[in-house]
Ligand binder design. Sequence first.
Ligand code: FEO
Length: 392
Amino acid sequence: MESRPITERITWLGGIDWHRRLFDALIPLPDGTSYNAYLVQGREKTALVDTADPRSAEMLLAQLTSVDRIDYIVAQHAEQDHSGLLPEVLARYPGAVVLATPKAIEMLVALLHLPAARIEAVEDEAVISLGDRTLRFLHAPWVHWPETMLTYVPEERVLFTGDFFGSHYATSELCVEGNEDVVTAAKRYYAEIMMPFRRPIERHLDRLRTVDVAMIAPSHGPIWDEPALILDAYRQWVTDAVRNLALVPFVSMHGSTAEMVQHLVDRLTAQGVMVQPFDLTVTDLGVLAMALVDAATVVMGSPTVLGGAHPQAAYAASLANALRPKTRYASVIGSYGWSGGAAKTLAALMPALRLEMLEPVETKGKPRDKDFAALNVLADAIVQRHQVDGLV
Ligand code: FEO
């Protein structure tokens, strides 16, 4: 794909990775992704904002054949899907200097063995003139690494945001089209990448209220030419507000835990709580992560396997713990053969979640009336909490 103009002085470069299906050997990419770099051409100097993933090397380097000179390469983020082609670009432009936060310099040297002599630190609010265009740097740590920054071009009212406001969404459209799909992809991205850093992100969102932005140009996915769409969505996602929603990620080996899940789902539904069960053997964990963005309650379902939780349930619990959603209530239900233990194991896997753990329900074998009664007590406790919080 060739480079494409965004404004008279700003050009998109990079790669669209239509067929990639896994990121960081962890994150499913149902819609592919893109690695966006941007060329900003002033009357006197030219800057390249980020590079691209090495998977797109051929494309980016071909796009740069028509660019005679680059003075600055802005490395907003040290992760290799944006910084990975810095060595190649620096080799092609021997006069270019990399601009990065002090923290990013240390990381770029460690990750890519970049020569420190070719990197200059830029402080928060530093401004660099390209002649008739300006780069203003806004340090924005923890979106989602500690070294990240944003770059603003005031004359164009364009804000480059790195991963912030990004979406793993491959599209031939330069700007967001079909809002719903892209906002969903951006929510998935937020859930998987940004959610653990909700508080710093909230502060960055507040700061951006003072920046006059016509376009938000992230490093993944299309450009937001109606910035309010993604800014408002992020402002909603980072609040403490939760929905009247209970998630039930579960695994069942012989049907008993599934029977318990179904009973709980029915009981909650009958009392006005929205419920989303996820069979973890077939669930796209990105969809579960998205649901975690604003669900009030999570009930994990797992049989006891060898004295602990089923590994699929343990994986989901570890993931939830790492993503740190704003979930308020949790519990565990499940069946066992000769001894319980899944509930204790799963609770111990989620220490980072500041939530109230409701009494778990573990049954020996196939659930009986007393077990369904215990599930009713759990459902009623969830309903009561949601009522007190004004959700029902
Ligand atoms: Fe898209 Fe954190 O890299």
